[in-house]
Design a protein around this ligand. Structure first.
Ligand code: NAP
Length: 290
C-alpha cells in the first residue's frame, strides 16, 4: 500500500485558523494585536518569496505585519540600528531577519542583536540555551512544524526510534532536542523519543536510517533518501527545499519511498507551510509573554 500523505498545507491551515481565532478574541477584548516585523536585506529572490508568504499569512490571520528593506550594500551597523528600533517598538511583538544576509554582515552578531523576547525564529543563543535546558521560551519554527505534523497526523513520538539526517542549528539540532527531551509542564511538546542525528561524518548512514520509525530528512540534497534507507511502514518527513531544473523537490525520493513508507510528507505542501504557521504561533506567543 502506498504511504499515506501528511498534508502539511491542511495542517498549517488549521493552525493558522486557531491563531486567527485567538488574535480576533484579543483584539475584540481591546488587547494588543500581535505584529511581526520582517527585515529583508538585499534582493535574494528566494528570500523575497519567503518573506512575501510569511507576511501574507500574518495578514490572513489578523496579525499586523511590517516589511523593512535594506539594500544589499547596507552596513552591519545599519541593520543593527534597525533591529534596535524594532526591539524598542511596543507594537512589534516578533522580529524576523530573513537569512541569508549579505557577505559583509556577521549573522551571529545580528541574531544576538534581536531581543530574545521578540526572537520568534528562536535563533538567539539565550533561546537556544533555554530549549537545550528543557524550559524553552520559543520553539524554532521548522522543527516545531515537523513536531506538529507528526502529532496532528496521529503519529506517536514517545518511545520511537527517530533518525534526523542533518545537524544544522536551524533544523536538525533543535529538532533532535525537541524530540528527545522529557515532557514537563514547561515543555509539554518534548517528544521522549530515542533520537539519532546523522551527518556527513556518519558511517553507514543508510543502515542507521533503516532503523527509524520516524525518519526526518533535513539535508539539502535533492532526493537523498531512497527506498533502501527506509524501514517499511516508517513515517518520513521531508524538510528539504531544492530546485532541480526549475522544479521544487525535497530531500526524499518520493517516487521510491512512497512504496515503502507508512507516511510521507510531500514537497511542496509539506513542512514549508508548517514553518509559516509556526511563525504565526510564535508571534502570538511573543505578544502573550512580553
Ligand atoms: P544545512 O545547514 O546545509 O545542513 C545540512 C545538514 O545535512 C548538515 O548537517 C550536513 O552534514 C548534512 N548533509 C549534507 N549532505 C550530506 C550527505 N551527503 N550525507 C550526510 N549528511 C549530509 O541545511 P539546513 O538549513 O538544515 O536545511 C536542510 C534542508 O531543509 C535544505 O534543503 C533547506 O532548504 C531546507 N529547509 C526547509 C525549511 C522549510 O521551511 N521547509 C526550513 C529550513 C530549511 P554536515 O554537518 O556533516 O555538513
Amino acid at each position: 500500500m502506498p504511504a499515506l500523505k501528511i498534508d502539511g498545507q491542511a495542517i498549517a491551515a488549521s493552525i493558522q485558523a486557531e491563531v486567527a481565532a485567538v488574535v480576533a478574541e484579543r483584539v475584540q477584548a481591546g488587547r494588543r494585536q500581535p505584529g511581526l516585523a520582517a527585515v529583508l536585506v538585499g534582493d535574494n529572490p528566494a528570500s523575497e518569496v519567503y518573506v512575501r508568504n510569511k507576511r501574507k499569512a500574518c495578514e490572513t490571520a489578523g496579525l499586523a505585519s511590517w516589511l523593512h528593506r535594506l539594500p544589499a550594500t547596507a552596513s552591519q551597523q545599519d541593520l543593527l540600528d534597525l533591529i534596535g528600533t524594532l526591539n524598542g517598538d511596543p507594537l512589534v511583538s516578533g522580529i524576523l531577519v530573513q537569512l541569508p544576509l549579505p557577505k559583509q554582515m556577521d549573522e551571529g552578531a545580528v541574531i544576538r542583536a534581536v531581543s530574545p523576547l521578540k526572537d520568534v525564529d528562536c535563533f538567539h543563543p539565550e533561546n537556544v540555551g533555554l530549549l537545550a535546558a528543557g524550559h524553552p521560551r520559543f520553539l524554532p519554527c521548522t522543527p516545531l512544524g515537523v513536531h506538529q505534523m507528526l502529532v496532528r497526523s496521529g503519529i506517536s513520538i514517545a518511545g520511537k526510534q527517530i533518525v534526523v539526517i542533518g545537524r544544522s542549528n536551524i533544523v536538525g539540532k533543535p529538532l533532535a532536542l525537541i524530540l528527545m527531551q522529557k515532557p514537563t509542564k514547561a515543555f509539554p511538546e518534548a517528544g521522549d523519543a530515542t533520537v539519532t542525528v546523522v551527518h556527513r561524518g556518519t558511517r553507514d548512514l543508510p543502515s542507521i536510517c533503516r532503523q527509524a520509525d520516524i525518519l526526518v530528512a533535513a539535508v539539502g540534497v535533492p532526493r537523498f533518501v531512497t527506498a533502501e534507507m527506509v524501514k517499511p511502514g516508517a513515517a518520513v518527513i521531508d524538510v528539504g527545499i531544492n530546485s532541480v531544473d526549475g522544479k521544487l523537490v525535497g530531500d526524499v525520493d518520493e517516487a521510491s519511498v512512497a512504496a515503502v513508507a507508512g507516511w510521507l510528507s510531500p514537497v511542496p505542501k509539506g513542512v514549508g507551510p508548517m514553518t509559516i504557521a509556526m511563525l504565526l504561533h510564535n508571534t502570538l506567543r511573543a505578544t502573550m509573554i512580553s
